[in-house]
Ligand binder design. Structure first.
Ligand code: SAH
Ligand code: MG
Length: 206
């Protein structure tokens, strides 16, 4: 990965350890030159957007970065991962879109990373574009995680890549739903393991 973009990604706010970020970047480089678009669910302030967007640029494709930018349950006031300065004081709710745009602008990736601002099921139930790569890192509750799996994985092309974040096989390490959808992917027989780095799982569609 370009060292400047790597340090920009490491400096960006968000939830992606450096080794998992590099693994995510490398997973996105598995797609062919000129591949179909990539899509991530859960962009927050643009950290994974740099790891993925830089790979999309290298492969002459684009990354759709989907987020309603209102934060997940665990980002809300009173929860573990709340960052008070991300609340828009005029409306009193989280708004990570300004920070996201700034992060991608500074990284020079505005031409490659296209923000989709909306609720994942609202967008996903109307989607109609085949994807070379899908990264699932949105809502981590049971309902949102399983719905993201059901709505979005059918759009992954044959030979395409599915990456899932926050997969914790051991319950003591974190919530179960991302692990459950990883298991669904494997048990469907349609996906095979490519790599595992920390809580990141990378799979390839048959
Ligand atoms: N990938 C990011 C972290 C994502 S955090 C990084 O590298 O830092 C999870 C994100 O999912 C939050 O920004 C939240 O707003 C978004 N999210 C949660 N549920 C969503 C939904 N139903 N639709 C769209 N985005 C959602
Ligand atoms: Mg995550």
């Amino acid at each position: 990965m370009d060292p400047l973009l790597q340090s920009a990604a490491e400096a960006a706010r968000g939830f992606m350890p450096p080794d998992e970020g590099i693994a995510l970047h490398e997973a996105a480089l598995l797609v062919a030159d000129g591949a179909s678009p990539m899509l991530e669910i859960g962009s927050y302030c643009g950290k994974s957007g740099i790891y993925l967007g830089s790979a999309a640029k290298e492969r002459n494709t684009i990354l759709f970065a989907l987020d309603h930018h209102r934060g997940s349950e665990e980002n809300q006031p009173g929860w573990e991962w709340h960052e008070p300065d991300l609340v828009d004081p005029e409306v009193g709710v989280i708004d990570t879109l300004p920070r996201f745009r700034r992060t991608l602008f500074d990284a020079g990736l505005e031409g490659t990373v296209v923000a989709l601002v909306g609720d994942s099921p609202t967008v996903g139930s109307r989607w109609a574009i085949p994807l070379s790569f899908l990264f699932i890192d949105g809502g981590h509750g049971s309902e949102p995680a399983h719905r993201d799996f059901e709505l979005w994985t059918p759009w992954i092309e044959s030979g395409g890549i599915l990456a899932i974040h926050d997969v914790f096989p051991n319950q003591a390490d974190g919530g179960r739903p991302p692990f459950e959808i990883y298991c669904r992917a494997i048990e469907s027989g349609e996906f095979a393991d490519v790599s595992a780095t920390g809580s990141l799982r990378v799979l390839r569609r048959n």
